[in-house]
Design a protein around this ligand. Structure first.
Ligand code: SF4
Ligand code: SF4
Length: 193
C-alpha cells in the first residue's frame, strides 16, 4: 500500500463497500488506463476496467453493479500487474461482483454467475474440481442441457472426465471453507447466493 492510500479515503458508499470487501482503495486510481489497455477481455466489456473504477469513485451504483464488466473479467491479473498505483483491479472486480450479489442485483450475465456457483459448490463438496459433477451442477442451474454436449462427449472419450471424484486433499479444502465461514461470521458478513 502506498503512502497516499492512507490519506485519500473512499467517499462514495460503493467505494467503501469495495474497500471493505477487497482492501482496495479505488481513490488511488489516476486514470492512466494501463489496466484497460492490457485487459484481454476489454473489447467485450461495456465499461473498461478504468471506467468502472472511476464510476465506483463517483458512486454510480446502478451503472457499476449492473455492468457486464466484472462478470466478464477472467481474473488474469494483467491489470493488477500493470497498475502504477498498486490498485489490485482484479480484486476490485471480485468485490463489485460480491457487492452486487449482496444487494440482490441480478448478474448482468447470469450464465457466468451460474458457472461460479456450480464450480464453487463442486469444490466445496469434493475438495477440488470434479469436472463431471460441475457440468451436471451447471446444467441444473442453466437448463441448457444439450449445450456443448458434443464437446463433453469428446472429452469423455479421451478420458478427461472421470466418473468418480478424487477426494485427495479434500480435508484441507473443507477446513479452508470452514475457516472462511467463521471469519465471515465474525465480521458479520452473510453468504452471497
Ligand atoms: S483481471 Fe479481469 S479486468 Fe483485469 S486484465 Fe484480467 S480480465 Fe481484465
Ligand atoms: S492502471 Fe491503476 S491507476 Fe491506471 S487507470 Fe487502471 S486502476 Fe487507475
Amino acid at each position: 500500500m502506498t503512502e497516499s492510500s492512507q490519506t485519500i479515503m473512499p467517499q462514495s458508499q460503493l467505494a467503501e463497500a469495495v474497500l471493505s470487501e477487497s482492501g482496495q482503495n479505488v481513490n488511488l486510481c489516476y486514470q492512466c488506463m494501463k489496466c484497460a489497455a492490457g485487459c484481454p477481455i476489454s473489447y467485450e466489456m461495456d465499461y473498461k476496467p478504468a471506467q468502472l473504477i472511476h464510476a465506483i469513485r463517483l458512486g454510480m451504483d446502478d451503472l457499476v453493479l449492473n455492468s457486464k464488466t466484472m462478470w466478464l473479467c477472467a481474473s488474469c491479473e494483467t491489470c493488477t500487474t500493470r497498475c502504477p498505483q498498486e490498485v489490485d483491479v482484479a480484486k476490485v472486480m471480485d468485490a463489485v461482483k460480491i457487492t452486487a450479489l449482496r444487494r440482490g442485483i441480478k448478474p448482468a450475465i447470469p450464465q457466468i454467475a451460474s458457472f461460479y456457483r456450480a464450480a464453487l459448490a463442486n469444490i466445496k463438496k469434493c475438495g477440488r474440481m470434479y469436472e463431471l459433477g460441475m457440468i451436471v451442477g451447471l446444467k441444473m442451474r442453466t437448463f441448457e442441457f444439450f449445450k456443448d454436449a458434443g464437446l463433453g462427449m469428446k472429452m469423455f472419450k479421451k478420458g478427461k472426465l472421470k466418473m468418480i471424484p478424487s477426494l485427495t486433499g479434500a480435508l484441507r479444502t473443507w477446513s479452508i471453507f470452514s475457516r472462511v465461514k467463521s471469519i465471515e461470521k465474525k465480521n458479520g458478513a452473510h453468504d452471497v447466493k
